[in-house]
Design a protein around this ligand. Sequence first.
Ligand SMILES: Cc1cc2nc3c(=O)[nH]c(=O)nc-3n(C[C@H](O)[C@H](O)[C@H](O)COP(=O)(O)OP(=O)(O)OC[C@H]3O[C@@H](n4cnc5c(N)ncnc54)[C@H](O)[C@@H]3O)c2cc1C
Length: 333
Amino acid sequence: MKEIWTLAEFRCGSLNSISFELLNRGKELAKKLDAPLSSVIIGNNIKTEDINELIARGADKVYVVNDSHLEHFIVESYAKVLISLLKEFKPDIFFAAATTTGRTLMPYVAIKMKTGLTADCTGLDIEEGTGNLLQTRPAIGGNILATIKTPNTRPQMSTVRPHSMKPMAADESRKGEVIKREFIDDSSEVKTKFIKFLKDETQQVGIQDAKIIVAGGRGLGKAENFNALEELAEIFGGEVGASRDVVDKNWMTYPHQVGLSGKTVSPNLYMAIGISGAIQHIAGMQTSENIIAINNDPDAQIFKVADLGIIGDLNEILPPLIKGIKEYKKKEA
Ligand SMILES: Cc1cc2nc3c(=O)[nH]c(=O)nc-3n(C[C@H](O)[C@H](O)[C@H](O)COP(=O)(O)OP(=O)(O)OC[C@H]3O[C@@H](n4cnc5c(N)ncnc54)[C@H](O)[C@@H]3O)c2cc1C
C-alpha cells in the first residue's frame, strides 16, 4: 500500500503551522494515488492535542516519536528516528518544508536512504500511469521550471517552499491512526552538541508572517515614493514588499523581495502597486487570500491574478486612498 508522509515541525512545545501547509499539499497527491496521508512528529513533550490537530488538519496516520533526547533539533538524532521509521514503514513519498529544519534533515536522510531528493519545490504532482511524484522547482537561476522524478528508488523525497500553500483547515470530526515508536538513545553516534537556542535577529523584515503586505514595483518611479507604501503598511499593521527590479535599484532591501528569487508569501491581503506581474513575481504571492493591484496599464499581467484591479496612475490614487483609510480608521476608533 502506497503511503504519503509529511514531516510535522514541532519546536518549543508547539506545532509550526507549516505542518498544516504540508498536509494541504499532500491531500491532492493522496487523492490521486488513493493512498493514506501521514505526518511524522518528532520532539519532546508532544501532547495528545498536537497529534489530534494533525489528524484534524488532514493526517490519516500520525507517527510519533516523543523523547526528552529529542527536545532540540539535532540532525543526527532526528535522522536516526526518521531512517528507522522509513525502513520499517516504507512510504512511497516523503516531503518536508524547505525550512532550516527541512533543508538540514532531508538531504541527510536521503543520502542515508540512498534515494533522491528535490529541494525547494514550488509544485508537486503525480504522474499519470506510473504514479511517480513530479517535483517542480525553479532551475538555472530561476529561468526555467524543471520537473524532476525519482523513478528508481523509494521514498521519493522533496522539500517544498513554505507559504506556497495555505494551511489545511481543521476538521475536528476526522479520525486517524496513531503509531508510536520509542527513541533508542545512542549518544556515541551523535557528534553535534546542543549549546543554546538563539533566535535569528538579522531577519528584521517579517513579510512571510505578515497578514497584510503593501508591495511596490518599478512603477513607483523612485525610492522616496516607498514612503507612501510604508505609511499604508503602518496604517494596516502590515509590511512592505517589493519586486526584484526595485531591490536591484536599491529602492528597497532584499528581505522585502517577493518572488521566485525572493520570499513566498501568503497574506490575507496583498497590494501590488506599480508591479507588472511578471511570472517570477506572481510565483511568490499568488496564494494570497486577496490581491489588489494598482497599475496604469490595463493589460498588466498582475490583473490576471488580482481580485480587485484599479487602473490608473498610482500617484493620483495613493494620496486620496491613504487619506480615506485614515479617516475611516479614525471614525472606527
Ligand atoms: C531568474 C529570475 C528571477 C526573478 N525573481 C524575481 C523575484 O523574485 N521577484 C520579482 O519581483 N521579480 C523577479 N524577477 C524579475 C521579473 O522578471 C520582473 O523583471 C520584475 O518582477 C518586474 O518588476 P516590476 O513589476 O517592479 O517592474 P516592471 O515590470 O517594469 O513593471 C512596472 C509596472 O508599473 C506600472 N506603472 C508604471 N508607472 C505607473 C504609475 N504611475 N501608476 C501605476 N502603475 C504604473 C507599469 O504599467 C508596469 O506594469 C526575476 C527574473 C529572473 C530572470
